[in-house]
Design a protein around this ligand. Structure first.
Ligand SMILES: [Zn+2]
Length: 92
């Protein structure tokens, strides 16, 4: 059975396979492509809509319970990673 996560953008529940995971490296937000990095994670649909919503709501700060630097993260990175994984996931 696939674990269920909550997207921090649209706040809807989703299967883990349909979301990308972020973790903190210091105070920098990084993509956890393999979903194996230790520590608290934040889950997001690989959709620009959810990403923008998460940024607007400062949902990353809330997910990690501290200020998070997201400036270096672009949606293209997420898109690239999900394409690299070889399948389309999430909402369109
Ligand atoms: Zn979402």
């Amino acid at each position: 059975m696939v674990p269920i996560r909550t997207c921090i953008g649209c706040r809807s529940q989703t299967e883990q396979d349909s979301a990308v995971r972020f973790v903190l490296d210091g105070d920098q937000l990084v993509l956890d492509a393999e979903r194996r990095m230790p520590g608290r994670g934040a889950w997001l649909h690989p959709s620009s809509e959810c990403f923008e919503t998460a940024l607007k709501r400062r949902a990353f700060n809330r997910a990690f319970r501290r200020p998070v630097s997201v400036a270096q993260l672009a949606f293209e990175d997420i898109e690239h990673m999900t394409k690299h994984r070889g399948k389309r996931v999430g909402k369109r």
